[in-house]
Structure formats: C-alpha cells, structure tokens
Design a protein around this ligand. Structure first.
Ligand SMILES: *Cc1c(COP(=O)(O)O)cnc(C)c1O
Length: 429
C-alpha cells in the first residue's frame, strides 16, 4: 500500500516513510491511496469476531501487504489487549467505553498500535528510533505507556513545568527504562517549539533517527477504526448505529469514516463539540473558519483548527453537501455539559466524563428528530481523569479511581529539569 499527501496526490510514499516521518514535507496529511470494502468472506462471520480479530482484518485491508500477516497479527494482539465494551444506559442509547487501556483514554489504541508498528518498520535499522514528543496532557501519557519496553525505541517527553495535573505528570515520569521526561521551564508552546527545532535539523534527525508521535500519524488512526466494527456488531442484527463522537482534532471521526469506507453500515455520524465549534459551523454554512481555541471543562476537545479536517475533506472529495449528508455537527457549552453529567447520573446511574457528556447532549438532540435510532456515544476517557469537575457535579468520592491510575500517586517522579532552549534536548539524545 502506498500513501499520498492530501496536498498532492502524486506524492506517494510507502508505509515506513508515512509512519516514521509522520508528515509529508508539503504539510498535508498521509492517506492510503485506496480503501477497498472488506470482502464477502469477512461479512459472513464478522459479528462473531473478537476486537483483535476484527482489528487484524481491518488493518490488513488498509495496509495491504505492507506488513506480513503474522507480524500484523502480533502487532494487533499486543496493542489491543484490552476491551472496548458497549454499555446500554437507556432505550436506544449506548456508551462505547474506550477507557479500558493503560492510561484510561482512547488514545491508548492509537499510541499502542503506532509504537509496535514503528518498532516493526525499524527492525532492520541499526540505530534506535528516538521519539520526541511535547505534551500538555493525555497524549504524552499514552505515548510513554505505549513505547515503554518496546525494543529498539526510546521516548523523550517534554512537558511544561506546572502545566499538567499531578496524576498526568506521574504518567509521564514514573515509567523509567526507555522513557525520559524533561520538565521544561516554559509553556507548552515552548515544548512544541523545542521539538520542532530539533526536527528541522536534518543532520540531527538522521543521526539519531528522530521521529514524532504526532496525533496526525496515519498509524494512530487505523486502530481507531477497529472499535466501530466491534461496537456495531453488538447491536441487534440489521440495526445501523448512529455514532456520536465527542471531537477535538477529529481523529476519532476520521477513523470512523475509514470504517465506513471499508463497508461498515452506519446510519449517520454526529460530531459533538464544545464551544470550539469550527466543524459544526462548517457543516452549517460551508465556510471553514478556524479560530483560536477557548478553554472548557472538556479540555481534550479545545481545538480551534482540527488537524484531521484535511482528511475529512479528502474523504468526501471536498464536497460540502456530501459531508453534511453523512455528518451532523452539534456544539454545547460548559453549563449544559455540567447539567448533562448530573442528569445522566440521576436518570441512568451511569457516570459520564465531561467529553462523553457533550456526546450525550448531541445524542439527545438527535433523538428529538429520530427517537428510534440506536445512538452509540463514544466515551473517550474515564471520568476519574477529570476528578475536580466530576466532584463539583456529583460530590466528593463520587468517582472511583481505577487502580492503574491510583497506584501512580505513590511512585517517585523522575524528571530532568531543563530550560526552554531547544539545545537542551540534545544532551539527552
Ligand atoms: C483526544 C481526546 C478527544 C478528541 O479526540 P479527537 O480524535 O482529537 O477528535 C476527546 N476526548 C478525550 C478524552 C481525548 O483525550
């Protein structure tokens, strides 16, 4: 399989180039050159397959023979070693729980698949692959956990001093081994600039085999297509789901569109955002006007210029009408989101995090017009990751902290203090 740039379809690269380099030089995004629906033999028994089995068939269909079957099967089985259950919380309303991975957010799917794919693609190279990543929150934790102990790789994480929560910091700084954390005396933007400066240095990049674990890496999207199949198969046969997706950079929604291209029957997509509503506004009037982001309680969706929008446009051949026939966009403010957290708890007993709550609001709006549709809302993270907000709405002690997060509190932090000079990074290469 070859991959093209959304800015230039004549620019083709192989999987290794697309995954290790992450971004084409023309600033587009890589896309598979063809996406062919899964064959009849797959549809005969897909409803009986486990999540990793579905994952293997989906990945194989997208990647073709870029990775041999045995190796691909191993990558999928090792990466997706946790479940993504669908929980029915009310009539026609289901929650797809994507927080059962090690760092309690759906980003574990993408990061774990990417880590193993990168290690595989780099297996014959003498030099170790060095992943440089700047983080302001969840991405760094997912990436650190995903690459921890993966042979032939190491990770250097830059995070802003005082800019991440205590437990997030522990997720970055307690693993040790091939994971190095740099606590930067500066902002998140400084961290990103430091990473970028080192990437722009071609000599350094080649000498140390530098790569980025950027969220727009195509290998992060592929495993996110798996769980749409796994969720749809759990509905009664013949029912086509409406997927409701709390969205920021729109990676999740783009992965859903890949699943649809592979032949998954989906009735409709609902893109749910907080007040950072660039895509809902585009769907309403056809004008794409990114804005600076505004902070909200669903902060993983505080994105003003969604990075995967170029892929969405590409999948619809830049046809606004076609996109809005398939995707609806709805945006909600923090007050409504807080009310939704309380209402869901009171009416169903389910504890939903602020991102999922935005999805609940969108599903309710959808049901106003189409009450019989089966809505599946993606619960993108475990509520314990947003403890202050949850406790404000539901009371102290209302949210259980899973052991894999709670146990980090007592582990010692190991981070190197550095200034915001890009050269500081080179001491650790
Ligand atoms: C990253 C993230 C999102 C946004 O997902 P996109 O794929 O960027 O749209 C939503 N919720 C949580 C909890 C996240 O971590």
């Amino acid at each position: 399989m070859q991959f093209y740039s959304t800015n230039n379809k004549d620019l083709r690269v192989d999987l290794k180039e697309a995954v290790i380099r992450s971004l084409p030089a023309d600033n587009g995004l890589y896309m598979p050159e063809t996406i062919t629906p899964l064959p009849a033999s797959f549809w005969e028994n897909w409803r009986e397959m486990s999540l990793p089995e579905l994952g293997f068939h989906v990945a194989k269909q997208i990647l073709g023979d870029s990775i041999p079957e045995d190796a691909l099967r191993d990558i999928v089985n090792e990466a997706i070693n946790f479940d993504a259950p669908v929980v029915k919380i009310a009539e026609h309303t289901h929650v797809l729980e994507l927080f059962h991975g090690p760092t309690l957010a759906f980003k574990d799917f993408g990061a774990r698949f990417m880590a193993r794919t990168m290690a595989y693609l780099n297996r014959d190279d003498d030099s170790m692959l060095t992943v440089l990543v700047a983080t302001s929150g969840d991405t760094g934790g997912a990436v650190a956990s995903a690459f921890h102990n993966v042979e032939g790789t190491r990770v250097i994480i830059l995070y802003p001093k005082g800019g991440v929560s205590d437990l997030q910091e522990k997720q970055l700084t307690t693993l040790g081994g091939n994971i190095t954390a740099l606590e930067v005396d500066g902002s998140f933007d400084d961290c990103q600039a430091m990473v970028k400066a080192n990437f722009l240095d071609r000599d350094l990049m080649e000498k140390y085999n530098l790569t980025s674990a950027n969220s727009i890496n195509i290998s992060r999207l592929i495993p996110q297509a798996f769980y749409y199949f796994n969720a749809a198969r759990q509905l009664e046969e013949g029912k086509e789901p409406v997927f409701v997706i709390p969205s920021g950079n729109f990676g999740n929604l783009t992965a859903g569109l890949l699943a649809q291209k592979l032949g998954l029957q989906v009735r409709h997509w609902v893109a749910a955002t907080n007040i950072n509503d660039t895509v809902p506004r585009y769907l309403a009037d056809g004008n794409y006007e990114p804005l600076p982001s505004s902070p909200t309680i669903s902060n993983a969706m505080d994105v003003g210029a969604p990075s995967n929008f170029a892929r969405m446009k590409d999948l619809f051949g830049d046809d606004w009408e076609a996109m809005r026939e398939n995707i609806s966009g709805l945006a909600f403010g923090d007050d409504e989101t807080r009310e939704a957290i309380k209402a869901v708890k009171a009416n169903t007993g389910y504890t939903i995090d602020p991102h999922g709550a935005v999805g609940i609001l969108a599903a309710e709006a959808w049901h106003q017009a189409s009450p019989e549709d089966e809505c599946i809302i993606l619960e993108t993270a475990h509520p314990s990751k947003f403890l202050p907000t949850m406790e404000e709405e539901l009371g102290k002690g209302s949210v259980e902290i899973p052991e894999r997060l709670a146990c980090l509190a007592d582990l010692p932090k190991e981070a190197h203090q550095v200034s915001n000079d890009p050269k500081e990074v080179q001491k650790f290469l």
